[in-house]
Design a protein around this ligand. Structure first.
Ligand code: ADP
Ligand code: MG
Length: 569
């Protein structure tokens, strides 16, 4: 029982820190069970890991608050946020050296992601927390530790794991909002849409470093042009009206600073569900949407980029292109081909982050630099083949080249943050003023890569230890390598980055044997769907660590950027 833990802690008071090691184990509290799964080695080391588990007979969550996958994600996210608040309220904080006194759980941001921080099922609800066992210098502070376990933790539990003590109105609002967003996203394909932006949405963010909404008094809320307006039905909120982005090629144009990139960025994040009040609760896009950008300097390992790049100097082979330091255009080509390899159905491009020579090649350049001297087939000449042959749509921001008017199905012009449908005018202009370009795209798009990874080339060992550690959202230490994810724009949470590392290992252990990368990833995600995200943890069955679910596209992006990666062939 917890009383026994208390006695243990009193007994080791004043002893060396290592004495904490024997408190590992499980203890029965009044209304919860405490599992101390891991005890840290010293007050500065990564904190101890505990689970707080309340039986459903006590927690009393109604079955329909967690019974479907999406409700489970929504509810556990809500409880996670409550836990953050409860800890702020009840934990005393620092109680000595290093991390002494700390109580922490994973902290969600604007997106609602499936996480390991809270688990709920018919039997129990469980919070996975980190604790800094208190010490002065390296001496155990047993009484303080007892206060953390016997006073603070029970209070925290009372404030976040018991259904009847929670703000039920906001709990259900949270669940319904997520369910609506999921439904909206799932209904896109049937309606022939690739994205939807609801009227009234707030797209701009507070700043380049904050994902919170720009305040209402500064933001222009979204309003669809009448011609593109569509009304959809949601299970809870009823009718929602907004702009539908249809299959095909959508061009977002308009003057500089009129909100083009902001709209595209909202669509980029439309793969995620957002918390109520975020402003993007009615912005959704196809789950497989991938932002494509130039990324010079990245590594590329044996990718077929021949649909876009051919006849490089020195006869470099582009059906099997590798580079330790790719150029703007070759990196952008590789990013597209890698997205197609794992079946993305929607590419998102912005001129701000694209290589100009990858996007356009106008008639004068076609005459000056003849086709046999230019390795690049520009995107403009492949974008229709993507739609017509592969059913891959594109939404792209181009303010600087009218050549794209020829290939767009829909042209939107941003005008002081309001989108206008200018498709008719654009088509008239395109008919009146011919570009005179030659289409260099040929009659077929070209082949899509299907690569088999050499499992040995994926190794998280560093010396004798396995080292997988997210250094931030955009940097993942993997063995002796650091994977740079700073250009992988749809990654949003450090716990996703951490999960990517362990998913890569899980995949290479279980599924890489001779299967293609795409197939192996698919299998991993089937496992996660079936057994939960805990399955990727080396500590499965205990506190698994703090993970949030990334998409397989971001996992693939990390693999593709790992500098030790070898592709078989
Ligand atoms: P563009 O890509 O057309 O040059 P941006 O999307 O980068 O323009 O937007 C320019 C600025 O306007 C940014 O600071 C952005 O936050 C702000 N902004 C974008 N959309 C809105 C909006 N709907 N309301 C208020 N400010 C906005
Ligand atoms: Mg821009």
């Amino acid at each position: 029982t917890l009383q026994q833990l208390r006695e243990k802690l009193f007994n080791i008071d004043g002893k060396g820190y290592k004495a904490y090691k024997n408190i590992a184990g499980q203890y029965q509290g009044e209304n919860f069970k405490l599992y101390i799964d891991y005890v840290q080695g010293d007050p500065f080391a990564s904190p101890s890991r505990v689970r707080l588990c309340v039986a459903q007979q006590t927690a009393l969550f109604p079955v329909d608050s967690y019974s479907t996958r999406i409700r489970n994600t929504a509810l556990t996210d809500f409880l996670n946020r409550q836990a953050v608040k409860a800890i702020e309220k009840s934990a005393k904080g620092s109680r000595g050296t290093g991390k002494s006194g700390m109580i922490a759980v994973d902290k969600p941001g604007q997106q609602i992601l499936s996480r390991t921080a809270v688990a709920i099922n018919n039997d129990f609800v469980e919070l996975r927390a980190s604790i800094g066992l208190p010490a002065r210098g390296r001496r155990v502070l047993g009484k303080q530790a007892a206060a953390m376990f016997l006073d603070e933790l029970p209070q925290i539990i009372d404030n976040c794991l018991l259904y009847n003590s929670l703000p039920q109105h906001s709990l259900w609002e949270h669940i319904y909002s997520v369910e609506d967003q999921e439904h909206l996203r799932a209904s896109l394909a049937d309606k022939g849409l690739v994205a939807f932006v609801g009227n009234g949405s707030i797209l701009p963010r507070k700043s380049g470093v904050s994902d919170r909404p720009l305040s209402i008094d500064k933001a222009v809320s979204f309003k669809s042009p009448a011609l593109l307006e569509i009304t959809l039905e949601l299970p809870h909120a009823g009718k929602v009206t907004g702009m539908g982005f249809t299959n095909g090629v959508t061009l977002i144009t308009g003057g500089g600073y009129h909100g083009k990139s902001t709209l595209l960025q909202a669509i980029q994040k439309g793969i995620y569900n957002h918390i109520p009040g975020d402003g993007r609760e009615k912005v959704v896009s196809l789950p497989s949407a991938v932002k494509i950008r130039a990324e010079d300097g990245r590594r590329v390992e044996r990718v077929d980029i021949s649909p876009f790049i051919n006849n490089l100097p020195y006869g470099l082979n582009t059906k099997n292109f590798s580079s330790e330091d790719a150029s703007g255009s070759t990196s952008q080509a590789a990013n597209i081909m890698e997205a197609l390899e794992i079946q993305s159905e929607l590419l998102l491009l912005d001129e701000d982050t694209s290589a100009t020579n990858f996007m356009i090649r106008d008639v004068r350049m076609q005459q000056l630099v003849t086709k046999n001297k230019e390795p690049i087939t520009p995107f403009i000449d492949k974008v229709r083949l993507l739609v017509n042959q592969l059913e891959v749509s594109t939404v792209l921001v181009v303010g600087g080249s009218g050549d794209y008017l020829d290939v767009a199905d829909t042209v939107i012009m941003m005008d002081e943050y309001y989108p206008l449908d200018v498709t008719r005018t654009a088509k008239d202009i395109a008919a009146r003023i011919k570009t005179g370009r030659n289409d260099e795209g040929g009659t077929v798009f070209g082949s899509i890569p299907s690569r088999i990874v050499d499992a040995k080339s994926i190794n998280p060992q560093k010396g004798k230890k396995r080292k997988i550690s997210a250094r931030g959202v955009t940097s993942l230490q993997f063995g002796v390598y650091t994977i740079d994810l700073s250009q992988v724009e749809q990654l949003v949470d450090i716990s996703q980055t951490q999960a990517i590392g362990d998913i890569i290992v899980y995949m290479s252990k279980n599924y890489l044997n001779g299967t293609t990368l795409a197939k192996a990833l698919e299998r991993v995600y089937q496992d996660i769907e079936r057994y939960g995200l805990d399955i990727i943890s080396p500590f499965y069955g205990q506190h698994p660590g703090d993970y949030a679910l990334p998409r397989l596209y971001e996992v693939a992006a990390a693999i593709n950027r790992l500098r030790s990666l070898r592709i078989r062939g």
